[in-house]
Design a protein around this ligand. Structure first.
Ligand code: NAD
Ligand code: WQD
Length: 425
């Protein structure tokens, strides 16, 4: 697709080759959005791009429609080259011209005075961005590493975002979807009821509690146990402040609960360069025999089987949540210039239930060792999903069994890839 000669618009997906980004890019293509991916491959591989293309091509072949464009720039989103990319994805039109006389000479003749001039046209140029929206996934995400290397996290997740927003403002790109996290609820998660967006707000917000009484949500967060968690809270606060200063922004901060699962083909999934520490990727290493047993952190939580409860959401449902956010923003359903949404299922499962589900799918035993609670963990973290259901018109559809089936499929495919990367166009 020739950017200069067409009127096509793009969604810019920053961090689009990572775990959640790659699934979202595929869903965007399926919904006919042209996509521009920015990723520095710090936690992903270029082969993911080929895999997204393969799946999108399969889809468009089946529906007999042309495939939208998918562009990729390997770039740190903090690099000065981002400006060049944004210039490239802009169109320019002359909105006003005036004549200027850089050279002229007066000649006195019999009939009066004649002006000899070389006229130069000067004009006012209007720049329009071809980027109609941004989905921002790029961040470092290891809780444990963030405690050891906080500056690495604040630099990428917070400082990077501040500079990036300044650039977007310059190009008048104000439609922004941000990857936030249930981590912003900190210790409020331990309150034992599904978390509502008002449990963490950035300005005073009125809401109704479970008895229907009007309450004031106080700004701030409590018990954020890691620099990673704080970086997400800070990013949200920055976004809320921008929206307050300039309500022409449309910013949705999507608070993911526990993203799991992968594309049903087994071609896309969670494949980080970093050593995995989240439950399901760790279980996958036990299933493949790389790790001898799963350490279950904490068996003394106040939950039905003593192990922690989480709201596990299938990554394809999550990906669709981003498209719902773009659509809701375009349709004016997002209530304010900055709005937060929980993306979860509204249902909790214990760690033990996850292990059982994967054992049943894989028909393999997962050896477990009971271990002490992990530092900073909470016992219960489940989403109240009403706001996303009403305003984004989005709802998670897949079950824990779907997650297990797809993860197992992906785990097997990694050992025996269906499409070797070098054979993909
Ligand atoms: P991921 O590491 O798989 O994906 C992030 C992508 O961003 C990677 O491809 C990485 O190479 C890229 N990236 C990182 N820094 C970059 C930079 N400076 N410039 C360009 N590209 C850069 O992570 P993910 O699980 O897909 O998470 C995506 C987002 O969602 C992150 O912001 C994360 O904090 C947030 N989030 C993730 C989870 C989760 O459990 N996976 C939960 C809540 C929120
Ligand atoms: C889930 C449960 C563990 C591994 C983290 C981040 C959060 C968000 C999502 C980005 C917990 C237990 C795990 C293992 C185990 N990320 N567990 N043995 O901690 O809920 O959330 O990822 O924003 O910010 O904190 O997810 O998958 O690590 O753990 O027993 O080897 O599984 O203790 O109870 P968590 P998780």
């Amino acid at each position: 697709l020739d950017i200069a000669s067409s009127n096509a618009t793009f969604i810019m997906v920053v961090g689009g080759l990572g775990y959640i980004g790659s699934h979202t890019v595929l869903e965007l293509l399926k919904e006919n959005y042209n996509v521009l991916i920015i990723d520095d491959l710090s936690n992903s591989y270029e082969s993911v791009l080929h895999r997204i293309r393969t799946l999108a091509m399969e889809h468009f072949k089946t529906v007999h429609k042309p495939m939208p464009a998918i562009h990729f720039r390997q770039l740190d989103y903090r690099s000065s080259r981002m400006r060049t990319v944004l210039e490239e994805y802009s169109s320019y039109s002359v909105i006003e011209t005036t004549a200027r006389f850089p050279y002229s000479s007066l000649q006195r003749t019999d009939s009066g005075i004649e002006l000899e001039a070389e006229v130069e046209q000067v004009g006012l140029v209007h720049r329009t961005s071809r980027i109609s929206g941004v989905i921002h996934f790029a961040a470092y995400k290891s809780v444990e590493e963030s405690i050891r290397m906080p500056l690495k996290y604040y630099s990428n997740n917070v400082c990077g975002l501040v500079d990036f927003l300044g650039l977007l403002e310059e190009f008048n790109i104000k439609n922004f979807v941000f990857s936030s996290s249930a981590t912003v609820y900190g210790e409020k998660a331990n309150c034992g009821v599904p978390l509502r967006e008002e449990h963490c707000v950035h300005h005073h917000e009125t809401f109704y509690d479970h008895e229907g009484n009007e309450q004031q949500a106080l700004p701030g967060a409590i018990g954020l146990t890691s620099p990673y968690g704080r970086s997400k809270f800070m990013c949200e606060s920055i976004l809320a402040d921008i929206a307050r200063s300039d309500p022409s922004w449309s910013i949705t901060a999507l608070r993911y609960f526990n993203p799991v699962g992968c594309h049903e083909s087994g071609l896309l999934g969670e494949d980080p360069r970093q050593k995995p520490s989240n439950l399901i990727p760790v279980v996958a290493t036990v299933l493949t025999g790389v790790k001898p047993a799963l350490d279950v952190f904490g068996t003394d939580w106040n939950t039905p089987d003593g192990t922690a409860v989480r709201d596990f959401i299938h990554v394809v449902d999550l990906a669709r949540g981003h498209i719902a956010a773009l659509a809701a923003s375009a349709a004016g359903r997002v209530k304010s210039a900055f709005r937060t949404y929980n993306l979860g299922t509204g249902r909790g499962h214990t760690v033990r239930e996850v292990v059982n589900s994967l054992e049943a799918t894989a028909q393999r035993k997962i050896p477990v060792r009971e271990a002490a609670r992990r530092d900073g963990d909470v016992g219960f973290c489940v989403a109240e999903v009403r706001r996303a259901e009403v305003e984004l018109q989005w709802k998670a559809e897949k079950t824990l069994a779907d997650c297990s089936r797809d993860v197992w499929n992906f785990t097997k495919a990694r050992c025996n890839p269906r499409v070797p990367d070098e054979m993909v166009p």
